[in-house]
Design a binder for this molecule. Structure first.
Ligand code: PLP
Length: 402
């Protein structure tokens, strides 16, 4: 097999004469050549707006867009292709549910449960819903180790609970949450579950039917696909019962000034011109993943995680936040007495790209009494040598900054 890195042209870049060490994969992943080629092909020789025209380019784009839907369906093992809604990202998918589910099922006095480790995208849409409807947001805490306190969940759910929203994998702590168990607990009390898969689907096998979740949202750009693409999986029952989120072209059957009827699923939830170029690119990314030995890729990511945890823990004054036994390849940390932004900038000067700040999950930083952290996140194309470069780079940063 070809070296996996050679499929990703961006990775061979240099930064100020040093090889780029890209460790910000949880923010966005780099793209394989097949994805770049598809987007280029569509823009150079095959561009026609989907679901509208009868000319051949429009028809071919429509076919490829729907083939991408089928490809995603198969990848996450959804039962029906029309349970796969294309969105602009995980954020849009969660907002869609917060609005449409909220309109249909949530009223004054109801409750929504989220967890303390959620990304802002899985907190704020629920807060907006609660404000709109006079509902209350309840929060399931996590332990110091980064593990969710699922033991507290049964008591947190009540007759007023209308939905539970939880990350498959925390974008800060890396914890893999026991979503199957959470779904079981919630469903036992009749509560539907939304799983935010933005950090899950690129690291773990996802089978939405086995998981039993009612909604699963993720972003294309984190799974090696173009930006501005995403998927919301939702059970047909909810898609049937919920009102549309946005109105516009393509989501209607008939429109008169007296009454509008909506298109069948999934189009009822895909108003306006879709990002069909991006979605066809997402189809190419999924095709690329299907051709990989994903078990080997996942084992390699675990090896990167192990090595990074070990090497970083050797550094005096460095604390890792999130040491759950079940983790994906995300390592967030702070160096005692040194600002996270300074650390990230000194690493950048060495060609090492990491993320710093509250990582769009401010409650997690606050939980540990921090104003921010540094995060290194690894994809299967990263190498053990890059992990070592990070550890050495951090030692240099520490010497310079302390
Ligand atoms: N949820 C989690 C756990 C994330 O890590 C992210 C992005 O970092 C999101 C949601 C939002 O994804 P996007 O900004 O692509 O919509």
């Amino acid at each position: 097999m070809m070296d996996i890195r050679s499929y990703f042209p961006l990775l061979s870049q240099s930064v100020d004469g040093r090889p780029l060490v890209y460790l910000d994969n949880a923010a966005t992943a780099q793209k394989p050549q097949v994805v770049i080629d598809v987007v280029n092909e569509l823009h150079t020789s095959l561009n026609g707006n989907i679901h509208r025209g009868v000319h051949r380019m429009a028809e071919q784009c429509t076919e490829r867009y729907e083939a991408a839907r089928e490809s995603v369906r198969e990848y996450i093992n959804a039962e029906k292709a029309h349970e796969v809604i294309f969105t602009s990202g995980a954020t849009a998918g969660i907002n869609l549910v917060a609005f449409a589910f909220g309109e249909r099922y949530v009223g004054a006095g109801d409750e929504i449960v989220v967890t303390e480790m959620e990304h802002h995208s899985n907190i704020v849409p629920w807060q907006l819903l609660c404000e709109r409807k006079g509902a209350t947001l309840k929060v399931l805490p996590f332990a110091d180790s980064g593990e969710l306190r699922t033991d507290l969940l049964p008591a947190l759910i009540s007759k007023k609970t209308k939905l539970l929203a939880v990350a498959h994998v925390s974008n800060v702590l890396g914890s893999i949450n026991p979503v199957d168990e959470i779904v079981r607990i919630a469903h036992a009390q009749g509560v539907p579950v939304l799983v935010d898969g933005a950090q899950g689907v690129q690291h773990l096998p996802v089978d939405v039917r086995q998981m039993g979740c009612d909604f699963y949202a993720f972003s294309g750009h984190k799974v090696y696909a173009p930006t501005g693409t995403g998927v919301l999986y939702a059970k047909e029952k909810f898609l049937d019962e919920m009102p549309p989120w946005q109105g516009g072209g393509d989501m209607v059957k008939t429109v008169t000034f007296d009454k509008t009827t909506y298109a069948d699923l999934p189009y009822k939830f895909e108003a306006g011109t879709a990002n069909y170029v991006g979605v066809i690119g997402l189809g190419a990314a999924i095709g690329f993943l299907k051709n990989l030995d994903l078990d080997a890729a996942r084992l390699h990511e675990q090896e990167l995680l192990r090595r990074a945890t070990e090497r970083l823990q050797e550094i005096d004054g460095l604390a890792i936040y999130g040491l759950a036994p079940q983790k994906c390849s995300i390592v967030s940390f702070a160096l005692k007495g040194i600002h996270h932004l300074d650390v990230a900038q000194v690493l950048d000067k060495q060609g090492i790209a990491v993320r710093s700040g509250t990582l769009c999950a401010e409650p997690v930083a606050r939980r540990y009494g921090l104003t921010g952290m540094v995060r290194a996140s690894f994809a299967f194309y990263n190498t053990l040598a890059e992990v070592d470069a990070l550890a050495e780079g951090l030692k240099r940063a520490k010497n310079m900054l302390s």
